[in-house]
Design a protein around this ligand. Structure first.
Ligand code: ADP
Ligand code: MG
Length: 721
């Protein structure tokens, strides 16, 4: 059976002969494989450790490593790697072969518990915001037993956390696991009001990954795409998304073959991808799995992103994960559908059948709203990056303001609770359309179709959908903030309700009273209108929501006293870590813009200007010849060409002048010592210069002979045939 699994790699995956249920998860060291490859006592001890979040002993690690190695080798693996997500984004791997000297001049295939559990990748070049320089120049990766190992490209990949020698996290997984622990504890304590048997609350994540596909050969001819992931120039195509004919349209067969291949690979890796469709923009697509526990779902998203890139190349495509690869057409996001559920099967953001279920529902919704309101600036910072800045708060994009959409039905319930007096809500019966089981609590049947697509954070029936997350992001960044903020809020809620109960109030009354307080407190973040409108920007400002538009300044939110308090009290991130991580964010921001500016300068001066010069010379040549042939008459005949020559010259002059200014701005910014100030200088002085240069280049694109133009145009890049 095991040989079979390996052999399958050789067959053409484009026409799978088996059903997903046959090969689903075959490349994952899941419970089935653990059971098969581990001695019974080791299997039981490992499952116990996973389920109850316990550390594993060195002896157990040795036994597990041995079983894992056998399984991996049986399935064709030759190498192993610790697989982690450094702060640069993406994933990092350092492969080692299983071989060790056998002492007789040969080798044996070895893999010890020590190597499974912990490694010291010499990763001193990963960004660390100064942590490793200050303390110790080594980082450790350590096995996360809650996320199963898998085989990718004949390499056994072991999901790990990545920390400094002194224990500070240098990755996303470490704080994510801590945030998930903290929301588990806090939500469990509140869920016990409604069901005393609850032992754990799990945070769930279902991401929706948007992406663009571009033909490989066209991609290679665009140095900007190759080096920055987005087009730094390119005039709008005459047709793009006006007709919205791409959305949910039929998928081109070349793309369909890619998707099928991708899905098959994902299923073999245990990633439960389920949904695929075209997106609004031409060449834009989406892929979404069945939701999973947040840490696992996030690993699966990271894995999907690398598998997707690889699969695309096999099909002569390149996948673009950039949030805004093309100006003038929709950008790409990664909606984070998020919810909490108990080990007793209750989904905490889903209305239920009984009044108590519904009180629980409103309780959790109100706590999320309050948490999102308190930390709205931080939530925004958590999704912000140099690339996502193009998608939010820029032209053609929703504003960089976090608000929550609830839909009219939930809004009605919220209003009723907020506006009623005391704890007797019996008058709700007459005012609302909901029938009431218990006098106080409305019975709720939510209409799922009430969907607002312009909200960055929306309630969608049984979950919240954090839509502002960028397509290239590590979801962990948003999930760390969201889960920690909600944990903090639930802890406060629990304290307040308990105090009321101790003072003699009935539990239901105490809960309802506190829910009402929270709904009133978080009023400002509740917005069901059009998030894209200018009026909303003004209104949000009046409401006191964070309206900062500069990405590097947004990162300050991580260092506000309220944020530091929240992160440190939950034990998710220390103050040192918060400072270090911000340094990394600023540095990354600067580097991204810096690279773009260099590429743009190069393209402008070495590709565009020479071509425009040649075309101008052609026009001038023809004018001279006209004069030779037609004498004075020629002036009239060539007047429009003359005009074109003037225009081209003027655009060329502007481009040269602006590139020189941009280089100057960069030099000035580079001389700034502080990472924050440097990033702000890049944002204020370098990024806008790029937009201006682009405008002139795009004008030239429309004038210069199509045959001469050195770069594939939007109309070619954006339509797969
Ligand atoms: P839409 O585009 O309408 O939002 P999709 O089907 O594309 O819907 O994606 C919905 C995503 O939300 C899927 O990943 C799905 O698994 C996930 N999801 C559904 N219910 C929940 C839930 N309770 N908690 C977390 N994620 C959920
Ligand atoms: Mg969605």
């Amino acid at each position: 059976m095991v040989e079979e699994a390996f052999d399958r790699k050789a067959v053409n995956v484009e026409t799978p002969v088996e059903r997903p249920e046959d090969y689903y998860g075959e490349l994952v060291f899941d419970r089935r494989k653990m059971f098969k490859y581990l001695p019974m006592d080791a299997y039981e001890a490992l499952i116990d450790a996973i389920e109850n979040k316990k550390p594993i002993s060195r002896q157990l690690a040795d036994v597990v490593a041995d079983g894992m190695k056998k399984w991996a080798i049986d399935n064709g693996a030759r190498h192993y790697t610790h697989w982690f997500a450094p702060l640069t984004g993406g994933t990092a791997e350092k492969h080692d072969a299983f071989i060790e000297h056998n002492g007789k001049g040969g080798v044996v295939e070895e893999f010890s518990g020590k190597l499974l559990v912990q490694q010291e990748p010499d990763a001193s070049s990963f960004p660390n915001g100064g942590i490793r320089n200050t303390f110790e120049a080594r980082g450790y990766s350590a096995w996360d037993i809650s996320s199963p190992a898998f085989i990718l490209d004949q390499t056994l990949c072991i999901p790990t956390i990545f920390i400094s020698y002194t224990g500070e996290s240098l990755d996303y997984k470490t704080p994510l696991l801590k945030a998930l622990n903290s929301v588990d504890k806090a939500a469990t304590s509140v869920a016990r009001y409604f069901d005393p048997e609850v032992k754990h609350v799990t945070s769930f994540l279902g991401w929706e990954q948007e992406y663009f596909l571009v033909d490989e050969s066209l991609y290679s001819a665009r140095p900007d795409l190759v080096m920055t992931g987005r087009t730094l120039m390119g005039h709008e195509s005459p047709k793009n998304q006006q007709l919205e004919d791409h959305y949910f349209g039929s998928i081109p067969s070349r793309v369909e073959a890619f998707m099928l291949d991708l899905e098959t690979r994902c299923h073999r890796l245990g990633i439960p991808v389920k949904t695929r469709h075209n997106e609004v923009a031409p060449n834009q697509f989406e892929c979404a799995p069945i939701f999973e526990e947040t840490n696992l779902a996030n690993d699966h998203n990271l894995l999907l992103m690398s598998v997707m890139a690889e699969t695309a190349r096999k099909h002569n495509f390149r996948v673009l994960m950039h949030e805004k690869p093309f100006a003038g057409v929709n950008g790409s996001g990664k909606h984070n559908n998020w919810s909490l559920g108990t080990d007793r099967g209750a989904m905490l953001f889903a209305p239920g059948k009984t009044p108590m279920d519904n009180l629980q529902f409103i309780t959790f919704v109100a706590n999320v709203m309050a948490a999102a309101y308190r930390h709205n600036a931080l939530l925004k910072a958590s999704i912000m990056s140099a690339t996502n800045a193009h998608r939010l708060g820029a032209n053609e994009a929703p504003p960089a303001i976090i608000s929550i959409f609830t839909g009219s039905q939930l809004a009605g319930i919220i209003d009723n609770i907020k506006n009623s007096q005391g704890t007797d809500l019996s008058d709700l019966r007459s005012k609302s359309q909901y029938s009431l089981g218990l006098a106080q609590i409305p019975e709720i049947m939510l209409d799922n179709t009430d969907r607002n697509r312009t909200s960055p954070f929306a309630f969608t029936g049984n979950r919240f959908e954090f839509r502002a997350v960028g397509s290239s992001a590590n979801c962990a960044s948003a999930m760390i903030v969201l889960n920690t903020a909600v944990a903090e809020q639930l802890n406060m809620f629990r304290t307040k309700v308990d105090a009321r109960v101790e003072a003699g109030e009935k539990l239901v009354d105490a809960i309802l009273e506190e829910v009402r307080e929270l709904l009133k407190y978080s009023e400002a973040i509740h917005f069901d209108g059009n998030g894209y409108s200018d009026e909303w920007r003004e209104e949000a400002m009046r409401r006191g929501l964070d309206c900062e538009t500069s990405a590097p300044v947004m990162f300050d939110a991580y260092l506000k006293p309220a944020s530091i308090k929240m992160f440190t009290e939950a034990g998710v991130l220390s103050e040192v870590e918060l400072h270090a991580r911000n340094e990394v964010k600023w540095e990354m921001y600067t580097k991204k813009i810096q690279i773009e500016a260099r590429v743009l300068g190069d393209l402008a001066l070495n590709h565009i200007i020479p071509v425009a010069t040649r075309y101008r010379a052609m026009l001038m040549d023809s004018l001279v010849k006209l004069r030779e042939l037609f004498g004075d008459e020629a002036a009239k005949m060539g007047s429009s060409d003359l005009e074109t020559i003037r225009k081209i010259s003027s655009h060329m002059d502007s481009i040269k002048k602006m590139v020189a200014e941009m280089v100057e701005a960069r030099k000035k910014a580079n001389a700034i010592a502080g990472e924050r100030e440097k990033a702000i200088a890049y944002q204020q002085n370098v990024a806008p210069a790029m937009e201006n240069i682009r405008r002139h280049i795009d004008k030239l694109e429309l004038m210069v002979d199509n045959e001469m133009w050195p770069l594939p145009k939007y109309r070619e890049l954006l339509f797969i045939r």
